[in-house]
Design a protein around this ligand. Structure first.
Ligand SMILES: [Mg+2]
Length: 441
C-alpha cells in the first residue's frame, strides 16, 4: 500500500515537499510544493521542462513529470516544515528510460528475477572549504599526514555533530566520523541498506552536508580533486547480494570468505571497469584522482589498474571482510543512481556469464604496478572512458543503446565547452573551469 503524503504531512506538520530528481549529470533538481497540492502531485507528479535539465530532451518535448516515491520521504532534520522526496521521471505516460533513478530500478528488477537483492553502503568523502572555493576552510589543518587528526576533527565538531545527529534522527544508524587523508577532508559512515535506499540517501547526504555546511558559514565539496597536491574525494561502495536474510556472497572458510556468486559478480565489475568509469568518474576533474601520482600524504588512495585483493587498499577492489567487497573506483562526482546501476549491470553480467576474476593480488599496487604489465589500466581521461562506454556492446545492451547514446552525447557537449576555454593537463593546477563546474557536484 502506498503511503498517503497528505496524511503524513498532517501528522508530521510538514508544510512543504521538495519533489526532487537527479539528472544524468547528477544535478539535484526539485520543486517546492505546498502540502495543499501534494495529493495531486503524488498521483500525477510535478511538471518540469526536460530540456532545461541534463536529460537529452528538446525544447519541443512535452512536459516531464516527477512522480514522488513516498517511501523515500525524509523530513529535513534542520527544517522540519519540509519533506524531501525522491521521484521517478515520466513522460507521455511512460518512465523516462534515460533518467538515473529509472535506470537503477531497471537493473534492480533484473536482479530480482534471480530472487536476489543488492545491498550496499557508500563512503562519501568531502572537503570543507571557504565560500569562494579557493582553499580549505581550516588554516591550521596543515599536517602532511592529516588522516584521523583529532584536533582538526574537533574544530569542526559543531557541524559534524549536527550532520551525525541528523542521521541518528533519520534512523540511518551512523557509526563513525573522521578526518580523512587530505587537509580539510572528512568522511562520515552510516549503515548499508538495499541499493535503492542507499542511492536515495546518498543524494540526500550530499544535499544535507552542503546545506548544513552553509549554515555554519562553510562550503562543502564532493569534487573529485579540488586540490592538485591533496588526496581526492573518493566514494567507495561496499557490495553484497542477498536472498532474503541470507548473504549470498558469504562463504565461511573460503580464503577471502567469498562465494562463487561473489567472485562472478566481482569478475563482471572487473570486466567492465573501463566503460563504467564514465559513470563512476564522470567529471573531467575525475581523472586527476585516478591514475594520479602520490599526494602530499604519500598515497593517492585511488586505483590505476584493474585488480582485486584481500584487505589491501592499493587495489581497485578490496575484500575487507568475508561476505562483501569494496569497490574503490568511484569519486565524489559519481551520480548516486548510476553508481549502483553500473555495479548491478556489470555484476549481473558476471553472474550470468560466470566470469572468473582470476586470483587476487597481494602486492602494493602503488609501488609494484610495473611488475604487472598485463593488467588492464583505467581510462586516463573522460574522453577515453566515454569511448570505452560507447564501444561496450554489453553495457549498451544492459541499459539500452539510446540511453547510453544520450549520456555520451551530453558528456561530449560538456567536454566541448571545456575545450573552448581550457586544456586538460593533469600535471598542471586544477583549472578554474573545473572548479566553477565541479565544486558543487
Ligand atoms: Mg575514505
Amino acid at each position: 500500500m502506498s503511503k498517503n503524503l497528505s496524511k503524513i504531512a498532517k501528522a508530521k506538520k510538514i508544510k512543504y515537499f521538495l519533489i526532487s530528481f537527479v539528472d544524468l549529470f547528477g544535478v539535484l533538481r526539485s520543486k517546492l510544493v505546498p502540502t495543499r497540492a501534494i495529493d495531486e502531485m503524488q498521483k500525477n507528479g510535478a511538471g518540469f521542462a526536460g530540456f532545461a535539465t541534463w536529460l537529452d530532451m528538446t525544447p519541443a518535448d512535452t512536459d516531464m513529470f516527477a512522480i514522488p516515491d513516498p517511501h523515500s520521504l525524509i523530513q529535513l532534520p534542520w527544517n522540519k516544515e519540509v519533506g524531501w522526496l525522491a521521484s521517478d521521471l515520466w513522460m507521455s505516460g511512460k518512465p523516462v528510460k534515460a533518467s538515473p533513478r529509472v535506470m537503477l530500478k531497471e537493473q534492480i528488477k533484473k536482479l530480482n528475477t534471480k530472487n536476489l537483492t543488492m545491498k550496499s553502503g557508500v563512503e562519501c568523502e568531502y572537503f570543507l572549504i571557504t565560500q569562494d572555493g579557493k582553499k580549505i576552510a581550516d588554516e591550521r589543518d596543515t599536517q602532511s599526514k592529516p588522516c584521523y587528526d583529532q584536533s582538526a576533527l574537533m574544530r569542526r565538531y559543531d557541524l559534524i555533530k549536527e550532520i551525525c545527529d541528523s542521521m541518528i534522527e533519520l534512523d540511518w544508524n551512523p557509526y563513525q566520523n573522521d578526518h580523512e587523508d587530505a587537509n580539510g577532508q572528512f568522511e562520515m559512515n552510516w549503515d548499508y541498506s538495499d541499493c535503492l535506499t542507499t542511492a536515495d540517501r546518498h543524494v540526500f547526504f550530499k544535499f544535507m552536508v552542503k546545506s548544513l555546511a552553509e549554515k555554519h558559514g562553510l562550503r562543502a565539496t564532493f569534487m573529485p580533486k579540488p586540490f592538485q597536491n591533496l588526496t581526492g574525494n573518493g566514494c567507495h561502495a561496499h557490495i553484497s547480494l542477498w536472498e532474503g536474510k541470507q548473504n549470498k556472497f558469504l562463504e565461511n572458510g573460503e580464503k577471502l570468505g567469498l562465494s562463487k556468486t561473489a567472485y562472478n559478480f566481482l569478475g563482471g565489475i572487473m570486466k567492465f571497469a573501463q566503460p563504467l568509469t564514465a559513470f563512476f568518474n564522470p567529471a573531467i576533474n575525475s581523472y586527476r584522482r585516478i591514475n594520479a601520482p602520490p599526494t602530499k600524504s604519500g598515497a593517492s588512495w585511488s586505483p590505476s589498474s584493474i585488480s582485486y585483493s584481500g584487505n589491501n587498499r592499493t587495489h581497485m577492489i578490496r575484500v575487507p571482510d568475508p561476505g562483501r567487497f569494496e569497490l574503490r573506483l568511484m569519486d565524489g562526482a559519481t551520480n548516486p543512481y548510476l553508481l549502483q546501476a553500473g555495479v548491478l549491470a556489470a555484476g549481473i553480467y558476471g553472474l550470468v556469464n560466470k566470469i572468473d576474476p582470476g586470483e587476487p593480488l597481494s602486492c602494493n599496487m602503488y609501488t609494484d604496478y610495473k611488475k604487472y604489465p598485463d593488467l588492464k589500466k583505467l581510462p586516463d581521461s573522460i574522453e577515453d572512458s566515454l569511448d570505452e562506454l560507447n564501444n561496450s556492446k554489453e553495457i549498451k545492451e544492459a541499459f539500452g543503446e539510446d540511453v547510453i547514446n544520450s549520456f555520451v552525447k551530453l558528456k561530449k557537449m560538456e567536454i566541448e565547452e571545456f575545450n573552448k576555454e581550457e586544456n586538460f593537463d593533469k600535471k598542471k593546477e586544477v583549472t578554474s573551469w573545473e572548479k566553477e563546474n565541479t565544486l558543487d557536484c
